[in-house]
Design a protein around this ligand. Sequence first.
Ligand code: ASP
Length: 289
Amino acid sequence: MPTVFVSTWPDTGLPCVRRASESYSENQDLLRACEDGLIEVEMDPRFQAIGYGGLPNSDGEQELDAGIMDGRNLEAGAVCSVRNIVPVISVARHVMQDTTHVMLAGDQAMRFALSKGFKPRSLHSRNSLEKYENWRKDKHEAEVAHLVHDTVTIVGREDPGHVVAACSTSGLAWKLPGRVGDSPIVGGGFYADDEAGAAGATGVGEDIWRFMLSFRAVEFMRAGMTAQEACDRAVAMMVSRKPKTREHVSAVFAVSKAGDWGAAASKDGFVAWTSVDGKYESYEIRGAP
Ligand code: ASP
């Protein structure tokens, strides 16, 4: 059965699944592959919604969120509202592996990162500074910011049925300082359980969190649905219970322990990239009917 990676959005999905897939060929380590895929995108300033060069909060500071989960044993690690450190996905992995906790927040998460050897740095690129200055001059851009989120989430699956989910983001652009979305929330932005499969999400964090889209999709797979059916059902519940969620793109995608994958979204516009046994493809996902 296939080795599968699925990740998010037109620009970031390919570098993420490609790096994950290469890392997997080198190390046969699924957790590390998902982490490596996210590091690749976090450290590249061209991508504005994650890591170095991500768009900042309304104070002009990047506050990063990340999380990772191992489907083998349900171990998970996450950080939220971390400033001046990249890659935060690796800090989340340290939380999972070196502590008994699931999440560390804010300056104390940064302090933990420093204790692990991470070095503080500015997360602004020329582009992120310019965009922030433009937004300060014309706050109507705030609406556009909803379209400029693009969290990078990845799920991975290897034989005989092991899954991992991981996620990294600078969250919604121009957010209130201290705001945390779904991305670092176990079950919100990501979830993995070898007994069912793994799922990840991207879009409006408040909606994804409210509906625990990733957990919901995994639970539907546990109940016997394919990954596609599970994603469709999770999004259908969200848009019918709260029709306003159709106004912006919120998406969930999943891979089952058997290796089939699927994705669904509240509105047209989501793109998923996959690597199936090292072959890369992108898919435009239609909004829920
Ligand atoms: N879900 C992220 C958040 O709300 C944003 C995104 O997916 O792009 O922080």
